[in-house]
Design a protein around this ligand. Structure first.
Ligand code: MLC
Ligand code: AMP
Length: 513
């Protein structure tokens, strides 16, 4: 039986024998993904006819179990809430409490933090591998066998919610970005059209699967087109070079830090392997960078090594993809090109009207791929829109080569390794340390990370080793949020009203660099 009402499955039903997923060295056909995700859907339904947008947290590493669970949740009528593997228990607990799910799906790899966090919230949990694999001794053929007495899966209207993806904002705690099935389809179709993704493509995906970059662009979009996706459990430059060298991959997508790391890893390879790897990267049909500004030097080095251009694009969790350079490599360094199909973009000038070409402004976005709301935050949702246009908080200028991103309006948003982090969230945790009386967190430009999270702190008593502060933050928040650089100061720069002057804090770090 086909769930024809779920368009993301159309390619799977049409191409049952094709390989959809490659993970852990195993090839999975679309028919196998359909069979196992149907099993997951019935497991989640437990006799009910529809999950009716119940939220299911998915805490699993990229791989077969993740994809089967994701599809299963959707096919049962649930909303997928993917959370990061990097979150420690306190952060996971607060996200699970916010999402208010009916179940947390953990994986043997995430049980250590997932189970205590689910239990702290009083939410039931299940191990996604047990769910998929059944009791010990279950054979794969049992899993793939048709389920003769299973009731039909529910019909899912496109207006229903599909995902809640958490992203950091200017207001401390991360916000859940709610996207409907219709918006997700528009995001996928837009990417597929702009980059001409077809069933003949094979995408190499080494991105985390709790962001739109990894989920929508590099997983759902190719699967929607009937292409193959090779997922790696984590980012490992050597594994990526190996996959590229097997020559079947046609598209690679990454954040700028990944390209920096790939170039570095190539440098330490034996000469012959290096040649094969660089040559195979040059053979890719498409090499995409996004989620943060791609430094011109990285693009140039990649070009020199592989002979291939990196296509830079720009997007957000709330909007999906917004701007892209042409896929044929005709883009100009430092620019992110023009709007994706069905996406409308305008620049609001500081004076309030629309910015003229060459004039700076704030990027606003409109279109059918936009999110529906911030989960249970009606005021923040309303504040994010101006006359139906979503205010990105990013500044840009438009010229003959398309848009050029100039930076963010808020100094409290930092991008590090493609991860968006809130300075306020980190400051709140630092302030809870018994020796910290005042602090300011800023992003300092960094060749590898884009920005490095850095903290100026005022301390009482003896100076603690900064390692102690770093450990403190890592106990509460994901490792990438823990400041890598610290500066102990007598007092922080403030204006006469007591407002923290973050640009001066940044200067303090830059002067000591
Ligand atoms: C890890 N560390 C970081 C960090 N990530 N430090 C600063 N910034 C980061 N982002 C720390 C770790 O805690 C660790 O410290 C040390 O660096 C080495 O960690 P690692 O394990 O080597 O790092 P790794 O896991 O390899 O992570 C690097 C990375 C990762 C680039 C692979 O950051 C990543 O996957 N980024 C992609 C994020 C992404 O998908 N963004 C898309 C958002 S959606 P210690 O002390 O523990 O040793 C979006 C919209 C759009 O932006 O347009 O796409
Ligand atoms: P996120 O909330 O994680 O989805 O991050 C979205 C933000 O990433 C945007 O608001 C931008 O600040 C940033 N971003 C994404 N792509 C680019 C890019 N190509 N250049 C500069 N910044 C980018």
């Amino acid at each position: 039986m086909s769930d024809s009402h779920l368009p993301f499955l159309n390619a799977a039903w049409a191409n049952p024998g094709r390989i959809g997923l490659v993970s852990g060295g195993a090839n999975t056909r679309y028919c196998d993904l359909l069979a196992v995700s149907e099993r997951v859907a019935h497991y989640l339904l437990r006799g009910r006819s529809d999950l009716r947008e119940a939220r299911i947290v998915l805490l699993a590493p990229p791989g077969f179990a993740y994809v089967a669970a994701h599809w299963g949740i959707w096919r049962a009528g649930g909303v997928v809430v993917p959370l990061a593997l990097a979150h420690p228990v306190p952060e996971l607990t607060s996200l699970i409490a916010d999402a208010d799910p009916e179940l947390v799906l953990v994986h043997p790899y995430t049980e250590r933090q997932g189970i205590p966090a689910a239990e702290a919230c009083g939410v039931p949990w299940a191990d996604v591998v047990d769910t998929l694999m059944g009791p010990p001794g279950t054979r794969l053929s049992d899993l793939l066998a048709p389920m003769p007495n299973a009731p039909p899966l529910p019909a899912i209207a496109e207006s229903r919610d599909a995902h809640i993806i958490y992203t950091s904002g200017t207001t401390g705690k991360p916000k859940g970005v709610v996207t409907t099935h219709a918006a997700t389809r528009h995001q996928v179709e837009s990417v597929a059209r702009a980059w001409k993704i077809t069933r003949d493509d094979r995408v190499l995906n080494a991105l985390p699967l709790h962001h739109v970059h990894g989920i929508v662009n590099a997983l759902l979009c190719p699967l929607w087109q009937g292409a193959s996706v090779e997922v790696l459990p984590r980012f490992d430059p050597v594994a990526i070079w190996e996959s590229l060298s097997n020559l079947r991959v046609t598209i690679f997508m990454g954040v700028p830090t990944m390209y920096v790391r790939l170039i570095r890893a190539l440098g330490s390879m034996p000469y012959q392997r290096k040649e094969v790897a660089a040559w195979s990267a040059g053979d890719l049909r498409l090499t995409i960078s996004g989620s943060d500004a791609l430094p011109a030097s990285v693009r140039e080095r990649w070009q020199r090594i592989t002979g291939k251009d990196i296509v830079e694009r720009y997007g957000l969790t709330e909007t999906g993809m917004v701007l892209t350079n042409p896929p044929n490599g005709a883009g100009v360094a430092g620019h992110v090109g023009n709007p994706f199909p069905s996406v409308q973009v305008r620049l609001r000038s500081d004076g309030g009207g629309e910015a003229r070409p060459g004039e700076e402004g704030c990027i606003e976005v409109r279109g059918p791929g936009l999110f529906r709301e911030y989960w249970r935050r009606p005021e923040e949702t309303a504040a994010a829109f101006r006359d139906g246009w979503f205010d990105t908080g990013d500044r840009a200028v438009r010229g003959e080569h398309g848009y050029r991103i100039l930076g963010r309006e808020s100094v409290d948003i930092i991008k590090t390794g493609g991860e968006k982090v809130s300075a306020l969230e980190i400051e709140n945790v630092l302030r809870q340390h018994y020796r910290v009386t005042d602090c300011a967190v800023v992003g300092i430009p960094d060749d590898e990370w884009g920005e490095q999270v850095s903290a100026a702190v005022v301390l009482t008593g003896e100076e603690p080793a900064t390692a102690e502060l770093r450990q403190w933050v890592k106990r509460h928040l994901a490792g990438y949020k823990a400041p890598a650089r610290y500066m102990v100061v007598d007092e922080l720069p403030r204006n006469s009203m007591g407002k923290l002057l973050k640009s001066q804090v940044r200067d303090l770090f830059l002067q000591t660099a």
